[in-house]
Ligand binder design. Sequence first.
Ligand code: F6R
Length: 242
Amino acid sequence: MRIIRAKDYEEMSGLAADIIAEVIKEKPDCVLGLATGSTPLGVYEKLAAKYRAGELSFSRVATVNLDEYKGMGREDENSYFRFMRDNFFSKVDIRPENTHIPDGAEEEEKACRDYDRVLERVGRIDLQLLGIGHDGHIGFNEPAEAFSKTTHCVRLTEETAEANSRFFSGREEVPSYAYTMGVGSILSAKKVLMVAAGADKARILKKAAEGPVTPAVPASILQFHPDFTLVADAAALAELRG
Ligand code: F6R
């Protein structure tokens, strides 16, 4: 596990974008696993700036997103489909047909099965970008009794629903369920890159990076990944030993 210390959110975003850009330059037809949430927004901005500067092209890149709310149609303003289109895909030269997100409008079993087929078809993820939830979730893999393998439907914990309510008009608007890539699929990525910022992530980052590996803290499994990089700002790293 490699920890890269950034002084603030801006620097964290730039350093993470540089790592992703390297992967794309080395392999223009790479597969990127992407995340939503507020932390990666700066990374997406930096990547779009590299594209505008003519430094980077996404024309052959394929993407697979981690998750989507169950029951959410693509055009719903709170769907992760819209989030990705508005915050990233529309700002670079990626082909829409090369971007993949679980279908929130589809019924549970089919949505998950179809998404696992998509993951199989696009091939091994070259780099998976992750954020981390306050309870240690990655994607929407919430604390559980066992690590999940493939795409499945999860019930959001109260803490996660509360945290995500900032994107909605109120807590009651937040869907109760989501479809998420499994921990097994995340772990099979060649590289995993986590971004974290802010003092509110310090406690969980310490647990995830230095605590026991347990499905009660899903992100802790990344300690076992052979190519895991954490890029975080000073506030988020404040409780880590090193
Ligand atoms: C969403 C996702 C989540 C977020 C996590 C942190 O696709 O993967 O695991 O990364 O909820 O969200 P933020 O960045 O908003 O704190």
